[in-house]
Design a protein around this ligand. Sequence first.
Ligand SMILES: [Zn+2]
Ligand SMILES: [Zn+2]
Length: 253
Amino acid sequence: MASLALVAGDRVFLVDATPDIRRQLDRLRDLKPGEGRVDRSPLDGVFLTHAHLGHYTGLGFLGFEAVHANETPLYATARMVDYLATNGPWSQLVDLRNVVPEKLTPGEPLAIDERVRVTAHLVPHRDEFADTVGFLFAGPDRRVFYVPDTDGWQHWDAPFEAWLDEQRVDVAIVDGSFYSMDELPGRDVAAIGHPLIIDTVERLKERVGSGGLQVFFTHFNHSNPVLDADGTLRAELESAGFRVLDDGMEIGL
Ligand SMILES: [Zn+2]
Ligand SMILES: [Zn+2]
């Protein structure tokens, strides 16, 4: 699982609602002082990438049995919204207006304020219940693309590096689930459903090396050797200019 907070002035949005949402809300409280323990609007909105366990099930804590949120905007694709609105327990959040779904059209920017725009982009992934998007956050200074889950780059219509160029992305925060096939003995690379870090590095190393692109990896499987902060693979990755996203890191827009 993985998530981000999007902070725009005094407004705070959560990007994906993980099962750890309580800890995230605690950490965000400093940024958005609310009404203490009875605050029913701890967030100005939630963006969801897709309907996999680590990305949306934390929504439950916004419901009647916990925060009982008061009309928190919920931004997701039509398919994701329809899934939530028609399946319990999520439908209860919609019925009680704990969340108010706002459907995003992939490729169409949504202005959060006069400086920050968010655009959902469909990405290939296991879409059992809904579809999957990455988010492009465009601020006055930088464009950041967040894609915590995607199939390998060979499944994209355009090469990922060309897509990043076309979208003028300055910072990419990318699915780093697995480092290489060494973590997955006996498995077929085509069946992994994620890009391998070594493949992502191969595609993006020139852009990263020249300083034209910053890349952070996130969404690690427990088997991933780059989680060892003192390991040689982590050191190699960082010496090539790539970074591992840590809890609490801030990236300016
Ligand atoms: Zn995931
Ligand atoms: Zn997923």
